[in-house]
Design a protein around this ligand. Structure first.
Ligand SMILES: Nc1ncnc2c1ncn2[C@@H]1O[C@H](COP(=O)(O)OP(=O)(O)OP(=O)(O)O)[C@@H](O)[C@H]1O
Ligand SMILES: NC(=O)c1ccc[n+]([C@@H]2O[C@H](COP(=O)(O)O)[C@@H](O)[C@H]2O)c1
Length: 288
């Protein structure tokens, strides 16, 4: 693996060119860099990666372990614009560096969690991971930008991996001016799917409340807003953390860094933690 400094320098230069370009989506790196077949299914984990956490690792590994084939591809997608939040530290080049380190953490995790009965050398079957960027904050536009980029073969099904808190924001009509209806989501669900990890919390409700969101969509309760009941078949809800497990978030990881807490060890994967401890990308006062 390249040094932290050389990764950061490379991403600084790639980002500069991307920002100045008219492109809305670009892949900067593929790991491994050669030998991977073109994907037949693209899993997309869009995030601020601020920093990448073990929750992101669980979201990605749970789906990849279900279909451990080289023609699956994972795209780690950095959104340089967020739908709601202003951009916060760390620098985008630090986040891209952490995404690459996270990709190595994830591939090692997949290799060690492959069933012991597997005969094939496991690394050969582990899907490749792309590190990409988009200027688009909304999922409908991210999906269209990926399609339009000609980076991947077409047609290609995208499966966007999100948490429940993001699902309900995708279904919030406030994001879709001028009509403010859910009709805007039709192109997304005509070709692509969502795989949503439950995220029970005081803020987003219990597991039962989160499941009832999907039941309401499937019953047609959102039809008056343009939300079609058949879309429920395109959204898979999956378990997140087990009962009793501590919640993991990027906010919590940033807090652990600030307070030098040993919790960082279980909040972020190993390569990411080494980068955080050595490079201190959240060292400014306003970094939470
Ligand atoms: N613990 C988690 N459980 C379920 N989904 C999660 C979890 N952490 C992140 N996600 C999902 O991963 C995607 C990207 O997450 P994001 O970068 O916003 O992480 P975050 O931990 O929520 O960030 P922050 O704490 O900075 O707000 C979102 O769709 C989010 O819902
Ligand atoms: N309607 C939408 O498509 C929509 C709404 C809210 C957030 N998002 C995106 O979801 C991703 C995760 O958002 P947070 O980092 O705010 O959790 C970001 O890329 C954000 O821009 C999309």
């Amino acid at each position: 693996m390249a040094s932290f400094q050389s990764l950061r320098t490379r991403y600084t230069s790639l980002l500069k060119k991307f920002t100045a370009s008219t492109r809305d989506f670009e892949v900067f790196t593929t790991i491994p860099s050669d030998g991977s077949p073109p994907p037949r299914i693209l899993y997309v984990l869009d995030s601020s990666f601020n920093p990448p956490t073990r929750a992101h690792l669980r979201i990605a590994s749970s789906v990849l372990l279900e279909r451990l084939e080289p023609d699956s591809r994972l795209l780690l997608l950095l959104a340089t614009q967020n739908a709601d939040k202003p951009s916060k530290p760390a620098l985008f080049e630090d986040r891209l560096t952490m995404m690459e380190l996270f990709a190595h953490d994830l591939r090692s995790h997949l290799a060690t969690n492959t069933s012991p009965q597997e005969h094939t050398p496991s690394m050969d079957r582990i899907p490749a991971i792309d590190i990409g960027v988009t200027k688009k904050p909304y999922f409908i536009d991210k999906a269209a930008a990926i399609e339009a980029s000609a980076v991947y073969p077409t047609p290609l099904e995208q499966v966007h991996l999100t948490g429940y808190d993001t699902l309900i924001r995708i279904f919030n009509t406030k994001y879709y001016p001028p009509d403010h209806t859910l009709d805007s989501l039709a192109p997304l669900f005509s070709q692509h799917r969502l795989r949503v990890t439950l995220r029970p919390s005081d803020e987003w409700g219990s597991r039962e409340e989160q499941e009832s969101f999907m039941q309401a969509l499937a019953r047609g309760d959102r039809e008056h807003e343009g939300g079609r009941k058949e879309w429920a078949d395109k959204i898979q809800l999956v378990e997140g953390r087990q009962p009793g497990q501590e919640p993991v978030s990027s906010t919590r990881a940033r807090e652990a860094i600030k307070s030098a807490s040993p919790d960082l060890e279980w909040l972020v994967p190993d390569n990411v933690r080494q980068f955080l401890l050595s490079e201190k990308p959240y060292s400014t006062e306003s970094s939470l």
